[in-house]
Design a protein around this ligand. Structure first.
Ligand code: XUL
Ligand code: CO
Length: 438
C-alpha cells in the first residue's frame, strides 16, 4: 500500500521474541485480559497535533521534521490531504481512536465565519475517513491558546471579547465533536491563569471560568451531545500559574462551581510531574472522587523541568497506571491518548511509528502485569492486613459514625496505650512488584 508511509506495512503483533522493530511485542489487539480485549481495554488514541503538525520547533531552533504533508501552504486543500495521511497512519498502526484541536485540523480564515467554514470542509473529509476505516474520535477540543487574542486567557481573559470569541469557538468545537461521534470533549486551559497577581482579579477570573463551563454544559444539552466533558489539569506552561493546576485543584474547582456532575478529569503524566505529583497520585485522587475520565499518556524527563511530552516506555509507570485503572474497572468512555511527540532529532516519518508502537507495547505490558497482580490479590491482601484494625472493634465504630470524642477518650483511658503498629513493609512490597515486572 503506497501512500505517505510507503515503507511501513500494517503493524502486526509478532510476540516478544521478534526482532522486527515495526511489530508489536506485547500489544495484541484481540487478546483478552480481565474480560476484555486489549483493544477494548486500552482504547489507544493518536494526538493529531503532535503527530501530524509537530515540526520539532523549540525556543532555540527551527523545525527539523521531515513531513512531506506539511510542505504546501496551510490551506483547506492541504488540510484535507493531511486527513488522508492521518487515517493512513491510524489504520497502519491499528489505533482505534484519535483526538484533535479545531486548529490542528483546519486553518484559520480572516473571520470567525470563514474559520468555521474551513473547519466544516475538513470535518466532512474526516467523517468520510472515519466511516471508511472505522477509526473513531476519542475527543475533540478547541485551541484557546495559540491565537494572540488569547494572550490574557480565554474564559479568564480581562477582555470580555476574548471570552465571547472563546465561547463561539467552543460552541463550534462541541458541535463538530458531536457530528463526528466524539465520545468526550476536553478543556485544557493553557492560558487560563496568570503571570502576575499584581494585575489579576483571581476571584473574578475563576467565576468567569465557572460560568464558561456551565455555558458549555448548557449547549451540549441543547444539541444532544452526551459525550463526557473532561478537564485536563496542568500547573503551568505556557502560563506561570494555571487554574486547573492538578487533580485536587480541579476537583475542588468543579465542586465549588457546582460542575462536578458534568465533568471528569483527563490526566496527563507529564502534567502530574510538573505539579510535583506522580501520575499514580493524580489517578488515585480522581478515582476516589469518581472522576477518572481519560488519560493523556506520555512522560517527562527527570532532568528537565518542562513538559517534554515523551512517549511512555517505562514499564513501572505503565504498571502503576494500569493498577489504578484496573481497580477503577477500566477507563470508561476515556482512553489512552498519546499526547506525546518524537524528539526533534527523530525527524523521519517512520519514527512516529516506532514511538507509538513503543507506547502501545509499554501499556500492554503494564496491563498484563497489573492484571497478574490483581489476579493474585497482591495488594488486596496487603491492604486488608494493613487496615484490619478498622474492620471490627473501635475502628468499625468510628467508621460507622458511632464514636464521639468522649467515647474515644473513655476507650483510651481504659486501654492506657494504643496497640503496637505493624511494619509498612515498603521494601518487601517493592520486591514483590519487581517479581511481576517480567
Ligand atoms: C498541553 C496539552 C494539550 C491538551 C489538549 O500540555 O496537554 O495538548 O491535551 O489541549
Ligand atoms: Co494533554
Amino acid at each position: 500500500m503506497a501512500g505517505d508511509f510507503p515503507d511501513v506495512p500494517k503493524i502486526e503483533y509478532e510476540g516478544p521474541k521478534t526482532k522486527n522493530p515495526l511489530a508489536f511485542r506485547h500489544y495484541n489487539a484481540e487478546e483478552v485480559v480481565v474480560g476484555k480485549t486489549m483493544e477494548e481495554y486500552l482504547r489507544f488514541a493518536v494526538a493529531y497535533w503532535h503527530t501530524f503538525r509537530g515540526m520539532g520547533v523549540d525556543p532555540f531552533g527551527a523545525g527539523t521534521m521531515l513531513r512531506p504533508w506539511e510542505a504546501d501552504e496551510d490551506s483547506v486543500d492541504n488540510a484535507k490531504r493531511r486527513v488522508e495521511v492521518a487515517f493512513e497512519f491510524f489504520t497502519k498502526l491499528g489505533a482505534p481512536y484519535y483526538c484533535f484541536h479545531d486548529r490542528d485540523v483546519a486553518p484559520e480564515g480572516d473571520s470567525l465565519r470563514e474559520t468555521n467554514a474551513n473547519l466544516d470542509a475538513v470535518v466532512a473529509a474526516m467523517r468520510e475517513h472515519q466511516d471508511a476505516t472505522g477509526v473513531k474520535l476519542l475527543w475533540g477540543t478547541a485551541s484557546l491558546f495559540t491565537n494572540p487574542r488569547f494572550m490574557h486567557g480565554a474564559a479568564t481573559s480581562c477582555n470580555a471579547d476574548a471570552f465571547a470569541y472563546a465561547a463561539a469557538q467552543v460552541k463550534k468545537a462541541i458541535e463538530v465533536t458531536h457530528s463526528l461521534g466524539g465520545e468526550n470533549y476536553v478543556f485544557w486551559g493553557g492560558r487560563e491563569g496568570y503571570t502576575t497577581l499584581y494585575n489579576t482579579d483571581m476571584k473574578r477570573e475563576m467565576d468567569h471560568l465557572g460560568r464558561f463551563f456551565h455555558l458549555a454544559v448548557d449547549h451540549a444539552r441543547d444539541i444532544g451531545f452526551t459525550g463526557q466533558f473532561l478537564i485536563e489539569p496542568k500547573p503551568k506552561e505556557p502560563t506561570k500559574h494555571q487554574y486547573d493546576f492538578d487533580a485536587g485543584n480541579c476537583i475542588a474547582f468543579l465542586k465549588t462551581y457546582d460542575l462536578d456532575k458534568h465533568f471528569k478529569l483527563n490526566l496527563e503524566t507529564n502534567h502530574a510531574t510538573l505539579a510535583g505529583h506522580t501520575m499514580m497520585h493524580e489517578l488515585e485522587l480522581a478515582v476516589s472522587a469518581g472522576m477518572l475520565g481519560s488519560i493523556d499518556a506520555n512522560r517527562g524527563d527527570l532532568l528537565l523541568g518542562w513538559d517534554t511530552d515523551q512517549f511512555p516506555t517505562d514499564i513501572y509507570l505503565t504498571t502503576r497506571v494500569m493498577l489504578v485503572v484496573l481497580r477503577n474497572g477500566g477507563i470508561g468512555s476515556g482512553g489512552f491518548n498519546f499526547d506525546a511527540k518524537v524528539r526533534r532529532e527523530s525527524f523521519e516519518p517512520v519514527d512516529l511509528f516506532h514511538a507509538h508502537i513503543g507506547g502501545m507495547d509499554a501499556f500492554a505490558r503494564g496491563l498484563k502485569i497489573a492484571a497478574a497482580m490483581q489476579a493474585d490479590g497482591v495488594f488486596e491482601g496487603i491492604l486488608k492486613e494493613r487496615y484490619a484494625s478498622w474492620d471490627s472493634g473501635i475502628g468499625a465504630k468510628i467508621e460507622a459514625g458511632e464514636a464521639s470524642f468522649a467515647d474515644l477518650e473513655e476507650y483510651m483511658l481504659e486501654k492506657g496505650e494504643a496497640d503496637a503498629n505493624a511494619s509498612g513493609r515498603q521494601e518487601m512490597i517493592e520486591n514483590i512488584v519487581n517479581d511481576y515486572i517480567v
